[in-house]
Design a protein around this ligand. Structure first.
Ligand code: CMX
Length: 436
């Protein structure tokens, strides 16, 4: 398989590069850590390494050095107006190069061949109470696939450490291949008639998800591809990526590790912001009986801020300009659904909110992030069950975290084990009674 051969060909030079860096410069400092950071969620502490994506405060995310507009323009697609095949994005994340059409389609075909879900996974899902949250079902379904882990069985049999990454890749491809069907099954089980729509062998991974949830429009197929690409990776420090990495650093397989990542994505400070944002836009729409004026939005924004709430979908811990992942979806909306009332509200909000946040002067970044618009588009195309939005995020996130897991294993990244200290120790360090 091309993907595995390509990574294998890149590995010797990467291993040499990393070993040389650690051997020759291992004691060079990368930064200092202060007490506020130790107590403050490790913000800004440089302690992770990934070559798959990087978030620049001004530019936003780059995947393997490519900006979002470049990724959308340069990845292979079925026609000039279509969004790229997600298989091509996975190739880019893993190999670091824009694939040819044939290479992208090979990943798509490979996923198709691996997409069959064992019957017991459906039985596990069917056995859960009807009010179970879809994220819990999704995470559980991923865990239920774990008995088929190639890594786990090869590890039991014994294999060379330098080969660990190969079954990790094998597992990752097997897992990703199944995610659209799994998520669509959960969607239809929870919100529709419970009847599973079989994948269409003529459709690619992203478009098949649209088909299997029951939305067969070409526009939603395109939006699904875009959505999964945009949600794939955002460096290694975000909670879902880091949770996956931490779990995998114990040499657990991708099923255990990605389930851990999904469990962290399920929290309101991470994957839930998209539904908060849509709810805020809908509240505006309802309060003003349709698309409000700019003045009404400005007033509503101040009311939100004055009641000590945040404007969901705006601000970012790292970014200092409009998130290019927001811009890509905004452009999509402008092109395909300019008359949708909620989209028109979102558009006006984009004009007004940054100005208000700037006047208020608290948020370091007044611009929209990825969550300011994604729910609006999903809602337009018919996914109106807010609880499901985090599952959508999770499908995309699997691409980035699994590519990282393969490379972390290939480069022999070790067990994560930071050191903790006590509050008394920090107090002693602060007053010079103890060396830092
Ligand atoms: N509305 C109102 N106030 C905001 C704000 C917003 N959208 N964004 C930041 N602020 C406030 C913060 O609450 C903070 O207030 P205090 O000083 O009173 O504590 C102050 O501005 C400074 O915050 P910051 O340094 O600019 O932002 P953080 O790094 O602390 O937090 C984030 C980043 C995203 C959590 C924050 O901007 C926020 O809560 N935004 C709204 C929720 C949201 O959209 N979350 C999705 C994030 C998407 C992602 O992570 O990918």
């Amino acid at each position: 398989m091309q993907l595995r051969d390509k990574v294998a060909a890149l590995l010797p030079a990467w291993r040499e590069r990393v070993q040389k860096l650690i051997y020759e410069h291992g004691d060079v400092k990368v930064g200092d850590v202060n007490i506020a950071q130790v107590y403050g969620g490790m913000r800004g502490v440089k302690s992770l390494v990934t070559d798959i994506s990087y978030v620049d405060p001004q530019e936003g995310i780059r995947f393997r050095g490519f900006t979002i507009p470049q990724v959308i323009k340069e990845l292979p697609k079925s026609s000039p107006n279509a969004m790229p095949w997600v298989g091509g994005l996975y190739y880019l994340l893993l190999v670091g190069e824009i694939p040819t059409e044939a290479e992208a389609l090979e990943v798509e075909e490979d996923w198709k061949a691996r997409s069959q879900i064992p019957e017991h996974v459906f039985e596990v899902l069917n056995a859960m109470p009807a009010d179970t949250h879809p994220m819990m079902l999704f995470s559980q379904a991923v865990l239920a696939l774990q008995p088929s882990s190639v890594f786990a069985s090869r590890y039991r049999e014994g294999m060379r450490r330098e080969d660990y990454w190969m079954p990790m890749l094998e597992d990752s491809l097997n897992l990703i291949a199944k995610l659209p069907s799994l998520a669509a099954y959960i969607y239809r089980l929870k919100y529709k008639d419970g009847k599973f729509i079989q994948p269409d062998p003529n459709l690619d991974w992203g478009a098949n998800f649209a088909h299997m949830v029951g939305i067969d429009s070409e526009e939603y197929q395109n939006f699904s591809r875009l959505y999964f690409i945009l949600h794939s990776d955002h460096e290694s420090g975000n909670a879902s990526a880091h949770a996956t990495h931490l779990a995998a650093s114990t040499l657990s397989d991708i099923y255990y590790a990605f389930s851990a990542g999904l469990n962290s994505l399920a929290g309101p400070l991470h994957g839930l912001a998209n539904q908060e944002s849509l709810r805020w836009l809908m509240d505006i729409h309802e309060k003003f009986n349709g698309v409000p004026t700019a003045e009404q939005i400005e007033r509503y924004t101040w009311e939100t801020l004055n009641s000590d709430k945040v404007v969901p979908g705006y601000g970012h811990a790292v970014l200092r300009k409009p998130d290019p992942r927001f811009m890509a979806q905004f452009e999509f909306g402008n092109k395909y659904i300019p008359d949708d009332e909620l989209f028109r509200v979102a558009k006006l909000v984009f004009e007004i909110v940054p100005k208000v946040l700037q006047v208020q002067g608290r948020a370091k970044n007044p611009w929209p992030n990825i969550d300011a618009i994604s729910g609006t588009l999903q809602h337009h195309y018919g996914i109106r069950e807010f609880d499901f939005y985090t599952v959508l995020f999770g499908i995309g996130r699997a691409l980035g975290v699994s590519a990282n897991a393969v490379w972390a294993r290939a480069l022999g990244q070790p067990l994560e084990r930071p050191k903790s200290v006590t509050t008394s120790m920090l107090e002693e360090i602060a007053t010079g009674q103890r060396p830092s």
